[in-house]
Design a protein around this ligand. Structure first.
Ligand code: BEZ
Length: 234
C-alpha cells in the first residue's frame, strides 16, 4: 500500500530526476539562449556572442578567495581571449550589487580590471538551464562550470571543478586553440599539445591521402599514429 505522502515523494523524485537529466548539457548540444542581468546591463547570450566563440563560466560566490583570483586571472588574459575571438561571460547567483562591490576588490587585489560581464543569477535560471548547481556539492551555489561555445552556438567543451580548486585559465586557452584548429583542419591534438606543436592526422584520413592534404609532411609512427606539423602555422 502506497500512502499519499510517499506517493508525492515518488512523483517529486521522478520529476526532479527527469529535469536534471534533461538539463544535463552534452558536447554538440546547442547552448541554450537566455537573457540575464549582468554587470554590463541586460545581456542576451546569442546577441552578446554574435559570430564569436564564447566562454561561459560559473563560480560559487562573490567575495571568496579562489573566485577572486579566477576572475582577476580571466581579466588579465583578455587580450588572449580577444586574439581568439572569444567573448567571456561569468556567472554566480549573487546580486548585481554584490558583483559591483566585489569587482572593486578584484581590481584592487589582482592588479586587473574586470573587463567582461558577470551575470547576477539570483533566480538561478541560467544556473539551472546549464546544470551549474550540483546538489550533492551544494544545494544553493554554482560549482565551477565551464562551457565553450562555438560560433554555431554548439557546446564544444564542458568542465566542472569543485569550489575548492581554482581553474587553470591557460588550459582553457589551450583547449580553445585546439578546438579552433580542429574545426578547420583534419587533425587532432595529442596529450599536452600546445599551439605550434605537431598534431595527429585525423584517423579518418587514409595514409595514402596524407601527402596531398598535408604538404608540410608527416611521420608515420604506427599506421594509426601519424604526426604532422600544425597546418595553420608558418
Ligand atoms: C573560494 O572561491 O575561495 C571558495 C568559494 C566557495 C567555497 C570554497 C571556496
Amino acid at each position: 500500500m502506497v500512502y499519499p505522502t510517499e506517493f508525492c515523494c515518488l512523483i517529486i523524485y521522478f520529476l526532479t530526476s527527469q529535469t536534471s537529466s534533461i538539463m544535463s548539457l552534452k558536447l554538440g548540444d546547442t547552448a541554450p539562449n537566455f537573457t540575464a542581468v549582468t554587470t554590463a546591463g541586460e545581456i542576451n547570450l546569442y546577441d552578446y556572442l554574435g559570430d564569436s566563440w564564447g566562454l561561459l563560466f560559473s563560480h560559487p560566490a562573490d567575495y571568496t578567495p579562489v573566485c577572486t583570483t579566477e576572475l582577476g586571472r580571466t581579466a588579465a588574459l583578455k587580450a588572449e581571449f580577444d586574439k581568439r575571438n572569444v567573448k567571456v561571460l561569468a556567472l554566480s547567483v549573487d546580486s548585481l550589487e554584490s558583483h559591483n562591490g566585489w569587482v572593486n576588490d578584484i581590481n584592487e587585489t589582482q592588479n586587473a580590471t574586470v573587463n567582461f560581464p558577470i551575470i547576477a543569477d539570483e533566480s538561478r535560471e541560467v544556473a539551472n538551464l546549464y546544470g551549474m548547481i550540483h546538489p550533492n556539492a551544494s544545494d544553493t551555489l554554482t560549482v565551477r562550470s565551464v562551457f565553450i561555445i562555438d560560433p554555431d552556438k554548439k557546446i564544444k567543451l564542458t568542465l566542472t571543478y569543485p569550489a575548492s580548486t581554482g581553474r587553470n585559465f591557460l588550459e582553457i586557452l589551450r583547449v580553445i586553440d585546439s578546438l579552433q584548429l580542429t574545426a578547420h583542419h583534419s587533425v587532432a591534438t595529442p596529450a599536452d599539445w600546445k599551439d605550434g606543436e605537431d598534431c595527429v592526422v585525423s584517423p579518418s584520413i587514409p595514409t595514402e591521402e596524407i601527402p596531398a592534404k598535408f604538404p608540410k609532411g608527416f611521420k608515420l609512427i604506427k599506421p594509426y599514429l601519424r604526426m604532422t606539423p600544425q597546418p595553420n602555422k608558418d
